[in-house]
Design a protein around this ligand. Sequence first.
Ligand code: FAD
Length: 318
Amino acid sequence: MTETVRDGARPTFSFELFPPRDAAAESALVGSTLPALVAAGPEFISVTYGASGSTRDVSLDVLRRVLETEVRPMAHLTCVGSSYAEASRLIREFLDAGVTSFLALRGDPPAGVAEKDVFLGDLGSAGELVQLIHRVQAERMPFRQLDVPGVPSAKRLASGEKVTIAVAAFPNGHPRSRSRAQDLDTLLAKQAAGANLAITQLFFDADDYLGFVDAARAAGVTMRILPGIMPVLSVPRLRRILELTGEREPTELLRALEASDDPAAVGIEHATRLASTLLQGGAPGLHLYTFNRHEAPLAVLAGVGLLPIPEPIGNPLA
Ligand code: FAD
């Protein structure tokens, strides 16, 4: 059976942001996207992290912005290329800022580098990073974050909230996976290391997620598995995403995007139908990849009844 909504509770929703690449993107994020996403009342907002630490400062800046709100920030952290000492320092730095939820990732080697070619760090997997985060957090008990002035999420943690350490899951297999069993073993190892939430790679067919969750439950995975959903608003964006993730081409969606004068509307409708089927199938919530824009993810949430219907938005790509 697929996991049902926790205790009959309303499904959760959450968002992913990436660190802005320039001043204009930062001002759009801070002035418009972030306030709109926060106002929707998500469970958390996660912020991606460049493999090898390339976005550390900018990621932390965005997380600090989220910390100023009532919404809990979740920091993606990658460990590829880091020594234990560097990874521990990084975790402490984020904890010092008041961040207490993490998405622990191994991260990919730099382009053109194979696993065996060079030293890729002390931590060989996301599971080892999960353990290190637990260890560093435990060393710091009782939580010093209590002292962080003006940080609402630090107060919530002090009141006994469980620390979230999320990990990635791959319904259609990790690009280097040879079998479903290998993907399930990898996820089980992350849970055994202390992860308590999984967020999936994007996918385009509800059965990909529902079948994967059934198999994960049968294999012993008990943590929540949130489906990652990306409203795809244009053909070039779809092609880029397929290149980055190695996911199969969704033929019908591609055709519909190509044939339409309003591809953004097609992408939102597809994501809304997908989200609705997932919730009906028992998904405990939705994690929306936002591309640092709020209109499409909020329209999807409104479409499945998790938010009020918004005012007409025009073209989200404009
Ligand atoms: P692990 O599962 O620990 O895997 C480590 C390595 O083992 C992999 O790189 C691969 O070589 C191998 N492996 C893993 N699974 C299998 C398998 N089933 N079969 C065979 N070999 C396997 N990357 C970033 O750089 N920054 C981010 O912020 C970021 N956010 C992400 C968020 C989500 C929700 C997801 C799904 C992915 C994200 N990624 C991000 C991409 C991620 O770093 C890569 O997918 C990476 O290859 C695997 O990371 P992992 O944590 O799952 O590693």
